[in-house]
Write a protein that binds this ligand. Structure first.
Ligand SMILES: Nc1ncnc2c1ncn2[C@@H]1O[C@H](COP(=O)(O)OP(=O)(O)OP(=O)(O)O)[C@@H](O)[C@H]1O
Length: 794
């Protein structure tokens, strides 16, 4: 090997024993034919990211020899190339191989006779070189594609690598565009911002610069606009970005002077994105593709449900009688607001019920179900043909709670709708054949999911949405539950009385006080069921270790203890606390099995959380499980490391490539904890997290504790959380509802058409952009929500 020559191996692939479709990483063995290294072995192991690799084919790999601590000597390939067959004999056997169905030895010989030893190059350069075979267009095309596919994948991955993309991103890009990768990204590198997760504007901009796309190139402007809308919406949870703000931010990102000429170009860019259906602009608000339609669609479906409701076959008197009966049966006396809630839910097509912990939401769901069934002569038996009640919640835990408390089947909204939790859900159009639909934990439902859910409801169905509007809003954009309540268009009951009878419990009262913004001194005093331990963020890990140790001594199983934190980073952040707690409750000991991925180590008994939806395995985002088995690659015939995890009785085996879907769960985010409750919650809050500290965050965390709550950290961080009201998310769902419901009451047919037709007309004018004169309520001055209620009830 000369100094400049890179180490290489040429060999035939024998067996591929690991493949990660996410990043195309593969591990396989080759039978070595030639090498410039002094590693003299018949078969070697090769690793790396490869577009396509076929067994029994010959390739040339360049890279370096490494000594893996566990698996020994391997060749880590950075580039690879299929060695093209050369020489008459090899070429004939190549063309007559299984890769080219319909080409036998005779035709293969003809090709080589006609095109010579350079046959492959000739075909790649000029596909008409094969015309003489008269195979027909389809077959010829298939043959050319087969020849070029490997060649193109290599070329593309090599070039992407040159452009500075790492293996994972290169693989994602190649998976998206396939053979057209280079053509597509050189034509418009900014398309990566839309098409490939993980490529932002800055990255695409660097590539664009290398390709000579700079300054005010329309492609550059377009890329910056798309990226900015997406990042603002994901950061804030708003459903749109204010047009002015967008233009300001984008001109900053593009380093444009805010002169008229540049503004015109930005507005033009926006206009084109609207034309191409990538963004929507309405009343000066800029929405990501589909988001504006989602809001309209929700409003229209709610209107359809409202309009199609023809009343009940029983009278209000029957209902009163039924309520008395239920009180007797359930041995409970409902308070006034609870009675109102039960009545309104049964009398109306759409009803909203909100209340804090212990106010009786579950109690009311039980009453609604029982009364509905009895009043409609329907047995409360899911196996009976006439049973038509659907109960669902956004998380597995919440739906399980619903099912346990009602004794009826309840499921996740995804399962109810047959959704997969992937991007395909956007195009799903399921249909629900129930007559009464009750959704719990409604504050967690985002705009996209609610759109699919409410669109699936059939005319005549009654819908009851239950939740706690003061909790954190959904992770995805929107705040549907809060918007529906604040629209005041639908009958709503807010439960305020706390009914939970536990005299000793002070946690619920604390939660209500927090919600009211009351900072009572008592919050920092120790009570039987809660305590506060003041410390700095540096001390949080140590304090937490001690609490966890003591909780174990007091008989708490770690599955009942949950540490909840707002952020991932920092000493008191989720990532660090997980390592700290793991060391206390499940430390490494000699001879214990341990596997690692990145800097996370997994051992048997570790508490983990699942991060995606996998309906085939019946395991969903946010579910907490325990590792009950570790099967090493050398112990199974697949030659892959595996984790066996018990998710509440459902055992799931995850191959190493799927470990990205789990993480340690001794400490989880407060956001993820929504919809779950734990016997004991430990809540560290520190001043470093000030950006996140809001009342609804603290309220959500505190309300997760059933028996014990231990607050740790900076006193001022807790006080700040109580004081800082969270700002409302920016959405236009309420306005859509006002417009849509006004149609029903007093607008003409012509107006109706103009709303139902896609409301896409481009409104953002230069004036608007420059003068900050955009008003989302344009044209709605004369409507106030209570107008509608009065009309409805009249
Ligand atoms: N009117 C009532 N009279 C007596 N007890 C009641 C009444 N309403 C509710 N309860 C009791 O109060 C407790 C809390 O009620 P429930 O579980 O329905 O509240 P919740 O709002 O669903 O609470 P969480 O959101 O915390 O689960 C239960 O034990 C329930 O039996």
């Amino acid at each position: 090997m000369t100094e400049t020559e890179k180490p290489y191996f040429i060999g035939t692939v024998k067996a591929i024993f690991f493949e990660n479709p996410e990043n195309l990483y593969k591990i396989f063995t080759i039978k070595v034919k030639k090498t410039n290294t002094d590693w003299d072995a018949g078969d070697i192991v090769v690793t790396g990211s490869f577009g396509e690799i076929s067994e029994e084919e010959e390739y040339r790999f360049e890279g370096k020899i490494v000594d893996h601590p566990k698996y020994g000597k391997q060749f880590q390939a950075t580039t690879y190339k299929r060695t093209m067959p050369s020489g008459r004999k090899e070429l004939i056997s190549f063309f007559s191989s299984d890769e080219f169905p319909g080409i036998g030895k005779k035709k293969a010989t003809q090709i080589v006779d006609k095109l010579g030893d350079n046959a492959i190059d000739k075909i790649l350069q000029d596909p008409s070189a094969l015309d003489f075979l008269k195979l027909g267009e389809e077959k010829t095309q298939a043959m050319i594609e087969q020849i070029s596919s490997n060649h193109l994948a290599e070329q593309a991955l090599f070039q992407l690598n040159n452009y500075g993309f790492g293996t994972t991103l290169s693989a994602r890009i190649y998976q998206k565009y396939g053979a057209q990768t280079l053509e597509k990204i050189t034509e418009d590198p900014y398309r990566l911002v839309v098409d490939v997760k993980g490529v932002g504007f800055k990255r695409a901009d660097e590539l664009a610069q290398r390709l000579g796309i700079t300054g005010d190139d329309p492609r550059r402007i377009k890329g910056a606009l798309i990226q900015m809308v997406s990042s603002v919406v994901n950061e804030t949870g708003d459903t749109y970005v204010d047009g002015d703000l967008l233009i300001k931010r984008v001109s900053g990102a593009l380093r444009f002077n805010a002169d008229d000429e540049m503004m015109k170009k930005l507005v033009e860019g926006l206009r084109n994105l609207v034309k191409d259906g990538i963004l929507t602009v309405e009343d000066g608000h800029v929405y990501e593709k589909g988001m504006s339609d989602n809001e309209w669609s929700i409003a229209q479906s709610l209107k359809m449900i409202t309009d199609s409701f023809k009343g009940t076959p029983w009278s209000k008197k029957d209902l009163k009688r039924e309520l008395k009966q239920i009180e007797t049966d359930f041995k409970v006396q409902y308070d006034d607001s609870q009675v109102r809630a039960i009545e309104q839910s049964l009398l109306n097509p759409v009803f909203l019920l909100t209340g804090g912990p212990g106010t009786g939401k579950t109690t009311i769901i039980n009453a609604i179900v029982a009364a509905y069934a009895h009043l409609n002569d329907m047995p409360l038996d899911p196996d009976d043909d006439s049973y038509a009640i659907a109960l669902a919640a956004p998380t597995g835990r919440a739906s399980k709670h619903m099912s346990e408390s009602t004794g009826l089947p309840a499921m996740t909204i995804h399962r109810l709708l047959g959704l997969t939790g992937t991007e395909d859900d956007e195009f799903a159009e399921p249909s629900l054949d129930c007559k009464l639909l009750i959704i719990d934990e409604m504050s967690m439902v985002d705009t996209k999911l609610f759109k699919v859910l409410i669109d699936a409801v059939q005319p005549g169905t009654q819908v009851v949405l239950v939740g706690d509007q003061d909790q954190l809003p959904s992770v995805g954009p929107g705040q549907v539950f809060s918007d529906l309540i604040h629209s005041q268009v639908f009958p709503t009951t807010m439960l305020k009385n706390i009914h939970r009878q536990d005299e000793k419990s002070t946690i619920i009262q604390l939660a209500h006080d927090i919600n009211e913004g009351i900072i009572v001194d008592g919050i920092f005093q120790n009570k039987a069921d809660r305590s506060f331990i003041g410390c700095t963020s540096r001390d949080v890990p140590e304090v937490l270790s001690q609490i966890i140790q003591k909780s174990g001594d007091r008989g708490f199983d770690i599955s009942d203890v949950q540490v909840l934190a707002p952020m991932y980073r920092g000493q008191a952040g989720i990532d660090n606390l997980n390592f700290v707690i793991q060391d206390v409750v499940n430390p490494m000991k000699p001879k214990r099995k341990e596997v690692s991925v990145g800097n996370v180590k997994y051992r048997i008994n570790d508490k983990v959380v699942y991060l995606v939806n996998t309906p085939e395995e019946q395991v969903f985002n946010g579910e907490i499980g325990k590792i009950i088995g570790i099967i090493l690659a050398k112990e199974n015939t697949d030659h892959v490391d595996k984790l066996v995890i018990d998710f509440d009785g459902n055992e799931v085996t995850l191959d190493r490539k799927d470990w990205v879907n789990v993480t340690l769960a001794y400490c989880t985010s407060i956001h993820k904890s929504q919809g779950s409750e734990f016997e004991m919650v430990i809540l560290p809050l520190v001043n470093e997290e000030s950006r996140m500290l809001r009342r609804n965050l603290l309220y959500t965390a505190v309300t997760r504790a059933k028996r014990l709550l231990i607050m740790v950290g900076d006193r001022s961080a807790f006080e700040r959380s109580i004081k800082d009201q969270s700002s409302e998310r920016q959405t236009t769902l309420k306005e859509r509802i006002f417009v849509t419901f006004k149609i029903k009451t007093n607008v003409t047919e012509a107006d109706e058409d103009s709303v139902e037709e896609e409301p896409k007309e481009y409104h953002l004018t230069m004036d608007m952009v420059m003068n900050n004169s955009i008003n989302p309520m344009i044209g709605m001055d004369d409507i106030i929500p209570s107008d509608f209620i009065e009309k409805k009830e009249a």
